[in-house]
Design a protein around this ligand. Structure first.
Ligand SMILES: [Zn+2]
Length: 140
């Protein structure tokens, strides 16, 4: 027996396959692509073995197609620039998270119990001791 479903992505109503009563996504290619991409992303995050296999497979593909990446980068300099900026932001966030984890004063900056002049002075001293932490404490 078939049942009507509402697609998770395009919100259209669709007929579920009688063999897949849990089906949550319609059969439009765009929605199926999104479903697969989301599954892949979740699986990469949750499953170290899957992550390793995907990594090896991508590496193998790049080795079999050595001109692809340089040609792609030459054709899309704006994408290269965008990726560079994103990577720098990611690296900076990672650095700040590390500094916060390893520096109790950074966490204390957001607590109402430590918003006193003496604490502010200590934070200022710490800010001057590390430019990256200073930016983190300033909310940059
Ligand atoms: Zn859909």
């Amino acid at each position: 027996m078939t049942q009507n479903g509402c697609c998770l992505y395009c919100k259209c109503s669709f007929l579920r396959s009688p063999y897949r009563p849990q089906q949550a996504v319609c059969r439009r290619p765009e929605c199926q692509r999104r479903r697969r991409a989301d599954y892949h992303r979740q699986k990469l995050e949750a499953d170290p073995e899957y992550r390793q296999i995907a990594h090896d497979s991508q590496k193998k593909w790049r080795e079999a197609h050595p001109d692809y990446l340089p040609r792609c980068r030459a054709q899309h300099p704006e994408a290269v620039e965008r990726n560079r900026e994103r990577r720098q932001r990611r690296d900076q966030k990672r650095r700040i998270r590390w500094l916060e984890k390893n520096n109790p004063m950074a966490c204390a900056a957001n607590s109402p119990y430590t918003r006193t002049p003496i604490h502010a002075e200590r934070r200022a001293n710490q800010r001057n001791s590390s430019p990256a932490l200073g930016r983190a404490l300033a909310g940059a």
